[in-house]
Design a protein around this ligand. Structure first.
Ligand SMILES: [Fe+2]
Length: 161
């Protein structure tokens, strides 16, 4: 039996982050579909908050703590796919943020409509990205050795995560 940190602990942590973020995004999606301007602007606010707090923190855990350890493994391509997604996500998020902020500032109906579209697409992208990680990247954690698992959990805890 292997003492210490099991890979399941790390897998569970990453999957739990995904679940929590998805639950919030589901609420945002529902409000975005409403016809009520107040509800839509509340959805925009919530989406920006999720992007800047929970999603950002999770992304930094992956990028700085988990992925560098997975990169030591011989299988590289799932990580490459996830990293490409991360670059796209940065770009789409900043476009969505600009869209949403300008819609909020001008309260113009067309701008609001197009910001709703961008926000909806961003949420779809995040869902697809999480699925890719859950299917192909996170399971690679099972191949990490005991030292790597220790290092990951120590860093995550050090980050208050
Ligand atoms: Fe990710």
């Amino acid at each position: 039996m292997n003492a210490g940190i099991g890979s399941d602990e790390i897998i569970e942590k990453l999957n739990r982050d995904h679940r929590i973020i998805l639950e919030e995004l589901l609420i945002v999606e529902k409000s975005l579909a409403s016809k009520n301007p107040d509800e839509i602007s509340g959805a925009f606010e919530k989406l920006l908050e999720v992007l800047k707090t929970k999603l950002q923190a999770h992304y930094l855990d992956e990028k700085n703590v988990v992925f560098p350890e997975l990169d030591e493994l011989p299988t590289k391509w799932p990580l490459k796919l996830a990293n490409l997604d991360h670059d796209d996500m940065d770009l789409i998020s900043s476009i969505a943020e600009n869209h949403i902020e300008s819609a909020a500032r001008f309260k113009d109906e067309k701008k609001v409509f197009s910001a709703v579209e961008t926000a909806t697409k961003l949420i779809e992208f995040i869902k697809k990205h999480f699925r890719l990680e859950e299917d192909l990247v996170i399971p690679l954690c099972r191949r990490l050795n005991a030292e790597q698992r220790e290092r990951i959990m120590k860093s995550l805890k050090g980050n208050g995560r």
